[in-house]
Design a protein around this ligand. Structure first.
Ligand code: SAM
Ligand code: SF4
Length: 338
């Protein structure tokens, strides 16, 4: 026995870590141009991905450290075989109060009843346009109808839906209002995300020169809907949410590139190959797969995690500055999980 006493996990800035985002695969059935190249993707060999057993063990350890919320992401979570039984096991880990996922919705609809049965209460659905032609151009696949099936299946099952739309200059800005209009009749959150220049998307901008930053998105929405009424958020929220008079759902804006929300960040990111990121913008600070596969005890893993968060950057700008020079270009979000 070591003398290490598990306790809640806090970083060196006093922020509690209560939320883990677990990328279960780096593979995807879409090719969103801001996320993945069209061809030539080098997927990780299966042995380099964490196994479900390894992920379960990590989530149990994290739950012992105070993590309460798990989000599965990817790549596309549903392209990994046997995702649903894995989720069922995660949902039974003591301490995990909220299990959720981020999905592109192409393969999701048939699994919605199982998600509802295991207690999933909310799902993030990525959807950048309601126009089939633009959807096919952005994602390089003609799959909008199946994504819409997922939207309606989730609503019918009473699972809360948060639609995430990346705002891309010259690509889908005409889609902002039609997407936002969904909130009029449907009880959904429609959240607009600043595009981050990862994987050679549509811009090379800095946060200061980003054509569609959170302020411009806000102005654009207000021109159409009138004054947006800010809603109180939960600690750790990345989205600023707004009510619109008479609408059933809410609007949201996520300043992912301007990074306005780092002060209350409560997230741990685990990549599909078991890397820990203490910030979306850091280069990865701990190799949990190596630890797990070298026979580390739970205590050793807890200590390694605790240590990693003692050196966490104050915000995404500091994390970016600390990256080694050879790693200044960012990896695809499909390996980080967004
Ligand atoms: N495949 C799933 C999906 O699309 O929902 C989960 C993984 S995906 C990487 C998670 C989120 O990251 C998606 O909402 C996607 O729009 C977002 N994302 C990917 N690349 C991005 C970028 N360059 N800028 C902003 N958001 C991005
Ligand atoms: Fe796939 Fe999601 Fe990336 Fe699109 S954003 S390519 S759906 S991982």
């Amino acid at each position: 026995m070591s003398d290490f006493t598990p306790s809640a996990l806090f970083d060196n800035h006093g922020r509690p870590l209560e939320y883990v985002r677990l990328a279960v695969t780096d593979r995807c059935n879409l090719r969103c141009f801001y996320c993945m190249p069209e061809e030539g993707i080098q997927y990780l060999p299966k042995r380099e991905l964490l196994s479900y057993e390894e992920m379960e063990r990590l989530v149990s350890i994290l739950a012992g450290l105070g993590v309460r919320k798990v989000r599965l992401t990817g790549g596309e979570p549903f392209v990994r075989r046997d995702l649903v039984p894995f989720m069922e096991r995660l949902s039974q880990i003591p301490g995990i109060e909220e299990l959720t996922l981020t999905t592109n919705g192409v393969l999701t609809a048939p699994h919605v009843p199982a998600l509802a049965r295991m207690g999933v209460r909310s799902v993030n659905l990525s959807l950048d346009t309601l126009d089939r032609t633009r959807f096919a151009r952005i994602t390089r696949r003609d799959e909008l109808p199946r994504v819409l099936d997922t939207l309606y299946a989730l609503l019918a099952a009473d699972i809360r839906v948060k639609i995430n739309a990346v705002v891309m200059d010259g690509q889908n800005t005409e889609d902002l209002l039609p997407l936002a209009e969904l909130t009029r009749e449907l009880p959904v959150d429609v959240r607009f995300i600043e595009e981050m220049p990862f994987n050679g998307g549509s811009h090379e901008a800095t946060p200061a020169t980003l054509p569609w930053n959170h302020r411009r998105i806000h102005e654009h929405l207000e021109q159409h809907f009138g004054a947006l009424v800010p809603e109180a958020g939960r600690p750790g929220d990345t989205a600023a949410h707004y009510a619109v008079a008479g609408h059933q759902g809410r609007l949201g804006i996520i300043a992912a590139y301007s990074r306005t929300f780092c002060g209350s960040c409560n997230r741990i990111r685990l990549t599909a190959e078991g890397g820990v990121k203490t910030c979306l913008y850091d280069q990865g600070v701990l190799d949990l797969r190596a630890l797990l596969r070298s026979g580390a005890t739970d205590d050793e893993i807890r200590q390694a995690l605790t240590q990693a968060f003692r050196h966490r950057a104050a915000n995404g700008f500091e994390a970016e500055q600390r990256r080694p020079v050879h790693q200044l270009s960012f990896e695809s979000m499909s390996t980080i999980g967004g």
